[in-house]
Write a protein that binds this ligand. Structure first.
Ligand SMILES: Cc1cc2nc3c(=O)[nH]c(=O)nc-3n(C[C@H](O)[C@H](O)[C@H](O)COP(=O)(O)OP(=O)(O)OC[C@H]3O[C@@H](n4cnc5c(N)ncnc54)[C@H](O)[C@@H]3O)c2cc1C
Length: 460
């Protein structure tokens, strides 16, 4: 592993800035495509964190050290790893300059700069005891220690990260956990209401207090947080607050280099993740995403999306392999609350309505084993959205149930990508097993499609 010490000028073929999921996957994919190229990856932090594992450092993983992103794949693939901060890109000279004044000449530059948590302007947000979620080893160690010493923890923001944090913290004895969400219920930006409410029920069962449809007016106390004042007059005791209200793409380095950025989003990229400047690409959270179905800009920031973009960018770096472009971001995502897995791929019904699609919903529910008297049997609930026109094209899928639905969702994502229709579901060939899947007679995805077909025929 190479580390920076004195100021040097180096040359590399492929330079990647960022060591999160996007940067790491881009580096390894580039190595597989271009065995003889020199590949260099620069990242700020000494120890990389697995961002998706952050909620689980408090209890299940029991430490931040168990959640480190391994460097071994980079070393195995002969990637030069530099710990440092890139502060300037001189795109005409094809040079990147680091904070310590080292510089790197590149042939191809991939920006994988990621995102940082968003700080809302709530009065009192600067008080001691108010925390953010940062992908930073030292910060997370301090956060973990503080949470373990706290008594009343309030999570502001009931999105998927907020509820994962709250659920994990609620497993620690003696902690009193609350979530405050300004929307009508938690997870409502991701799911239709019936799915979001099922997740909220689970949170309540775990003893988490949920305050929904209300905003935080101020974070009160002297130097240290003591309470939260809500807009409806309620006051909640708090000795620790976690702000979980979204992330912003890191675009400053790109912007200062004259790379085009979207007004409210990330770095502008085309289908091959190329920016407007030759030989500079952008991937992951720092890059703008366009919706797979509507083609509108959407603020999706997921590690799975980052990895997919990284593969596309690295595969096409020196030569376009035409069928491997980014056709848009589906936003496939899943979460888990107290054993209940919820997932979504493509459009939810509320979004389909907003976008003025003419759609038909297919719904079904089935036990995950057959017969359902088998121990450990749980229900799987499926909601599919098909376009009424376009031969019943699948627009979106929502699922909830036991662990297996996490992977079922990924099959739905492939179905949307491959433009499956209502009629494809009717002839879908599947494997079933009593201990592993729902019964073939009531397989919920097929049953949901049949439900939609029935409605379509009967013009419901
Ligand atoms: C708590 C939490 C839970 C999550 N759970 C999930 C999940 O379950 N599933 C999912 O798909 N997604 C999840 N996400 C989202 C996911 O973590 C992000 O989408 C993902 O990290 C994006 O990867 P990235 O490589 O684009 O950016 P990042 O992970 O943000 O990495 C950016 C990298 O760039 C480096 N960098 C930035 N600027 C510079 C510079 N100037 N010089 C050098 N280095 C620089 C940083 O140091 C870092 O290494 C979660 C996020 C959080 C915070």
């Amino acid at each position: 592993m190479k580390k920076t010490n004195s100021s040097t000028k180096s040359t590399t073929d492929i330079l990647i800035i960022g060591g999160g999921p996007a940067g790491a996957v881009a580096a390894v994919t580039a190595r597989k495509n271009y065995p003889s190229k020199q590949i260099t990856l620069i990242r700020k932090e000494e120890k990389g964190i697995i961002p998706c594992g952050i909620p689980y450092i408090f209890h299940r993983l029991n430490s931040v050290d168990e959640n480190l992103m391994p460097d071994q794949p980079l070393l195995d693939n002969k990637i030069d790893l530099i710990i440092g901060e890139a502060t300037k890109i001189e795109s005409e000279k094809k040079i990147v300059i680091l904070k310590n004044k080292d510089s790197y000449n590149y042939d191809k530059l991939i920006l994988a700069l990621g995102s940082d948590s968003h700080l809302i302007p709530i009065p009192g947000a600067e008080k001691q005891g108010v925390w953010q979620i940062k992908k930073d080893y030292q910060y997370l160690k301090k956060l973990r220690e503080a949470m373990l010493k706290a008594k009343n923890i309030v999570v502001i923001g009931g999105g998927f990260i907020g509820i994962e944090l709250a659920e994990e913290l609620s497993s620690i004895e003696g902690l009193d956990i609350s979530i405050i969400e300004s929307l009508e219920c938690c997870l409502l930006t991701n799911f239709d209401k019936e799915f979001a409410l099922a997740a909220e029920e689970k949170l309540k069962k775990k003893g988490i207090k949920t305050y929904t449809g209300v905003k935080v007016e101020k974070i009160g106390g002297d130097a240290q947080v003591e309470y939260l004042q809500l807009a409806n007059g309620e006051k909640i005791a708090a000795d620790a607050v976690i702000l979980s209200i979204g992330a912003r793409p890191n675009i400053n380095l790109a912007k200062e280099a004259g790379i085009k950025t979207e007004e409210k989003g990330g770095i502008w990229v085309d289908e091959y993740l190329r920016t407007n400047i030759p030989d500079i690409l952008a991937i992951g959270d720092c890059a703008q995403t366009r919706d797979f179905i509507t083609s509108k800009n959407i603020p999706v920031m997921l590690a799975s999306v980052a990895a997919s973009e990284a593969r596309i960018a690295a595969n096409n770096l020196y030569q376009l392999k035409l069928i491997r472009e980014n056709k848009g971001t589906l936003g496939v995502f899943s979460t888990c609350v107290d054993g209940l897995v919820l997932g979504v791929a493509g459009l939810i019904e509320r979004k389909a309505k907003e976008e003025k699609f003419e759609y038909i919903i297919g719904e079904a529910q089935a036990p995950n084993h057959h017969p359902d008297k088998l121990p450990g049997t749980e229900q799987i609930k499926v909601k599919l959205i098909f376009a009424k026109s376009s031969e019943g094209l699948l627009l979106g899928a929502e699922v909830m149930g036991p662990e297996s639905v996490g992977e079922m969702l990924n099959i739905m994502a492939m179905a949307i990508q491959q433009q499956a229709t209502l009629y494809d579901f009717n002839t879908w060939q599947i494997a079933t097993h009593p201990l592993l899947t729902p019964a073939p007679t009531i397989y919920p995805f097929i049953a949901a499609a049949q439900n939609a077909m029935f409605k379509l025929k009967n013009r419901c």
